[in-house]
Ligand binder design. Structure first.
Ligand code: NAD
Length: 499
């Protein structure tokens, strides 16, 4: 419940902090203990329209700022983010619920992408090529596109906005950010810091509110040229449909059902560490979380026992307490969804090995905590092995050999991350080639992306794009091919080349 001391936050439109036109608000509360973080504008179409207008106007100047100068502003932002890392980390443990080490990692990803992309200000390479005609110059350059709508989830509340905004900005676009309603305060801090670094008014705008209102209006707005969304498959499908009428460039980063394969020659100590970190880190709420573990039958029983022991040693608690291993899940709806999958798994005949319940002892009752949950003897076709649960639940699947392991790993609709633990170099290379996923780890869990490589997935995880690395530049620029004829006469390509 908001009190008179509750802090009010605003939208950022054209450099001004403003309320929603309707005056309506919503609260952000901590999933760890119910604390109110603040009150935010519940915006609507009118607010989006104003933000897009501001971004469109700012684009005319920002696109002409030399890219190295845009990069300098971003280098400043990277240094400011470093300064603010402890405060952002602390806020994240409260607003989103991650444990401190992981919250620090989330902020660090933003710092890393900002340094990396700031350097693009002095690159943004195109190509020069010979011409087929004499006295003619050919080249291609990257051109900014215009207004970018960035729609982000709550699970990486600083990293994901940064993965969209920073490359968009260095390429010369302007942005309207719509963050998730569960983590609006972190989005406010991020855009405040961008303004402090010198990002001009109107270049970054922030509009709080729901997906079906603010998000949908952004997707349908004729002056928004690019939409970049990270979220669930259902959201991706809705966005793709809504963006069709205006032929938007739509970039989708969606769900996962990622698997770790453990072969019979694997280092099991390492595998247990990798599985626990990948399945229960961020309470399983990572798009790359390992929600399936595919185990060679020769080591299945040993691994099962060791994983259950390790899971039962994890301590639940608020992210800001030093000895917490697993924080809360994001909200009551998520808690109920995760618990419903426990029932689904039992009904399907999987063996519940540990967990499977809401944790309510002591202060945990004030938040949304779910015990790390492991199902054994899972059939690959069961719903718990096919559908994204997005919580601390993982499914152990027994296989006979590598062929079966890869078949099971690929037997899902998603294709984000994948992993194999083995000491056999041939098996590792086969997995690297044959796993249908945007990311494959060898002898590491399914999580831990670095910002200078492409990030994203195959199949239902997206629509063929990648963010981060050089690939991100393709999301936020259009290629322009330029021909300069300095022969002083009309030369006709494909015609005057023939002799
Ligand atoms: P979500 O799809 O519910 O929401 C994501 C964002 O989309 C939010 O800002 C939401 O308000 C907005 N939105 C929802 N419906 C919309 C609509 N019709 N039009 C426009 N915007 C709309 O997802 P979430 O619960 O916030 O995040 C969890 C999901 O995100 C999981 O499926 C997870 O796998 C996925 N995810 C993917 C990646 C990746 O890079 N592949 C990374 C993190 C999370």
């Amino acid at each position: 419940m908001a009190t008179t001391q509750t802090k009010s936050f605003h939208n950022l439109i054209g450099g001004e902090w403003v309320d929603a036109a309707s005056g309506e608000t919503f609260e952000s509360t901590s999933p760890a203990d119910g604390e109110t973080i603040g009150v935010f504008p519940r915006s609507g179409a009118e607010d989006v329209d104003r933000a897009v207008e501001a971004a469109k106007a700012a684009f005319e100047e920002w696109r002409l700022v030399p890219a190295p100068k845009r990069g300098e502003i971003l280098f400043r932002l990277a240094r400011i983010l470093e300064r603010e890392k402890p405060a952002l980390t602390e806020l994240m443990t409260h607003e989103m619920g991650k444990v401190r080490a992981e919250a620090g990692g989330d902020v660090q990803e933003a710092i890393d992408i900002t340094y990396y992309m700031a350097g693009e200000g002095r690159r943004l390479f195109g190509q020069t090529t010979p011409s087929e005609l004499p006295n003619k110059w050919n080249m291609s350059v990257r051109a900014p596109i215009g207004v970018v709508g960035a729609i982000t989830p709550w699970n990486f509340p600083v990293a994901i906005p940064s993965w969209k905004l920073i490359p968009a900005l260095v390429c010369g676009n302007t942005v309207v950010l719509k963050p998730a309603m569960d983590t609006p305060a972190l989005a406010v801090r991020f855009v405040e810091l961008a303004a402090e670094a010198g990002v001009p008014a109107g270049v970054v705008n922030l509009v709080h509110g729901g997906g079906g209102t603010v998000g949908e209006r952004l997707v349908r707005h004729p002056d928004v040229r690019v939409i970049s969304v990270t979220g669930s498959r259902e959201t991706g499908v809705a966005v793709l449909r809504a963006g069709a009428d205006t032929l938007k460039h739509v970039h989708l980063e969606l769900g996962g059902k990622n698997a770790i394969i453990v072969m019979d020659d694997a280092d099991l100590d390492l595998a247990v560490d990798g599985i626990v970190w990948s399945a229960f880190g961020t309470s399983g709420q990572r798009c790359t979380a390992a929600s399936r573990v595919i185990v060679h039958e020769k080591v299945y029983d040993t691994l099962e026992k060791r994983l259950v022991d390790a899971a039962e040693r994890l301590r639940l608690g608020p992210g800001w307490e030093e000895d917490t291993d697993v924080g809360p899940v994001i909200n009551r709806a998520a808690l109920e969804k995760i618990h419903s999958y426990t029932q689904i798994g039992k009904d399907e005949g999987a063996k519940l090995l540990t967990g499977g319940e809401v944790a309510t002892e002591g202060d945990l009752a004030r938040g949304f905590y779910y015990r790390p949950t492991i199902f054994g003897d899972v059939d690959p076709q069961m719903r718990i092995a096919q559908e994204e649960i997005f919580g601390p639940t993982t499914a152990l699947i027994r296989v006979r050999d590598l062929d079966e392991a890869i078949r099971v790993a690929n037997g899902i609709s998603y294709g984000l991350s994948s992993s194999i633990f083995t000491r056999d170099v041939n098996a590792a290379f086969r997995a690297m080639r044959d796993l249908e996923a945007g990311i494959t780890y060898v002898n590491a869990g399914t999580i831990g992306a670095e910002v200078h490589l492409p990030f994203g997935g195959t199949k239902d995880t997206g629509n063929g794009h990648r963010e981060a690395g050089q690939a991100a530049l393709d999301l936020f620029t259009e290629w322009k091919s330029i021909y300069v004829d300095y022969s002083g006469r009309l030369q006709r390509a494909q015609i005057d080349t023939a002799d």
